[in-house]
Design a protein around this ligand. Structure first.
Ligand code: GLV
Ligand code: GLV
Length: 325
């Protein structure tokens, strides 16, 4: 009989069609996009499967891999992030892992620019004022923000997404791009004329600082009190990577005390962020519900890439995008 696949979410149609039309697998699906599969159900459903197609809300850890058992050969995640996967446990079991970089780079960069401008030019505050009676008259300093022209933009973790963000920001007359990473990335940096600096200099020089790094043990909480305290009072912090790279209590303090001017976050800890969270009380914090890759075309491409990675993995062939474990 055909290899068994469990799909943990009702993913966009392109990927499901790919699995269906391949004739290569039989798959079962958690048939909802609005509610994640309950953990207990997931642990039941993965029993004996050959491959798993998951999204970022599912923790793929030792408990789950043990529940799946020895048939499991492939885990394919419909995401570029992989912090929900225990890579060590996967490697130990010889399980191959697919993910979906590159197809989402444009969508994420576009949203990052939108979030940056919404934060720096205070768009959310402004629409709120306009419709709730705050618009008394045209005022000379009312709702003033910070502009990109002549600014220095800092990128924390220079990958494809950081490059794509810089390419989109350059036409706004940014003066200088700087970045930091574990080591210089000359090839990527030369595409955007970015200078490699220390974390300290990144904090001190950036008018806009965008976190674009993967969440790993090394990057957890690296945006903390120490970083925020070195930033300019006029600077804007943007995060479209993972909430875990930010020490959220430190960020709250930096925003509440005016240590930095504003923050735009597409990612938080936890997700969803509870509606009574203190960050929601701050006017200078714009919070989005993790939508950076959310365009119809990109989500369909992620879906079909995840399906293709899975099918190739099951055939023992190189995946289109495979994580090196
Ligand atoms: C989204 O956050 C992703 O990792 O694809
Ligand atoms: C990293 O995830 C990147 O695509 O830049």
């Amino acid at each position: 009989s055909l290899p068994k696949v469990y799909v943990t979410r009702q993913i966009p149609p392109d990927g499901l069609k790919r699995l269906q039309e391949s004739g290569q697998v039989q798959y079962e699906l958690w048939d909802s996009d609005d509610v994640p599969v309950p953990r207990k159900e997931l642990l039941q459903k993965v029993k004996g499967v050959d491959a798993l197609l998951c999204v970022l809300t599912e923790k793929i850890d030792a408990e789950l891999l043990n529940a799946a058992g020895p048939n499991l050969k492939v885990v394919s995640t419909m995401s570029v992030g992989f912090d929900h996967l225990s890579l060590e446990e996967l490697k130990k079991r010889g399980i191959r892992v697919g993910y979906t970089p590159e197809v989402l780079t444009d969508a994420v960069a576009e949203l990052t620019v939108a979030l940056l401008l919404a934060t720096s030019r205070r768009l959310i505050e402004a629409t709120h004022e306009a419709k709730t009676g705050g618009w008394g008259t045209w005022r000379t300093l009312w709702l003033c923000g910070h502009e990109l022209a002549n600014s220095t933009v800092g990128i924390l973790g220079l990958g494809r997404i950081g490059v794509a963000i810089a390419e989109r920001l350059a036409p706004f007359k940014v003066k200088k791009f700087i970045y930091t990473d574990v080591e210089p990335r000359p090839e990527l940096a030369s595409m955007i004329n970015a200078e490699y600096v220390s974390m300290d200099e990144l904090a001190k020089q950036s008018d806009f600082l965008a976190a674009c790094c993967a969440l790993t043990p090394e990057t957890k909480d690296i945006c903390n009190k120490d970083l925020f305290s070195k930033m300019k009072k006029t600077s804007i912090f943007i995060n479209t990577s993972r909430g875990g790279v930010v020490h959220q209590d430190d960020l709250y303090d930096a925003l509440a005390t005016g240590q930095i001017a504003g923050a735009g976050l597409d990612v938080t800890v936890p997700e969803p962020l509870p509606t009574d969270h203190p960050l929601f009380t701050l006017k200078n914090c714009v919070i989005l519900p993790h939508i950076a890759s959310a365009s119809y075309s990109t989500r369909n491409e992620m879906s079909s890439l995840a399906a293709n990675n899975l099918l190739l993995g099951l055939r023992g062939q190189p995946m289109i995008k495979e994580l090196k474990l």
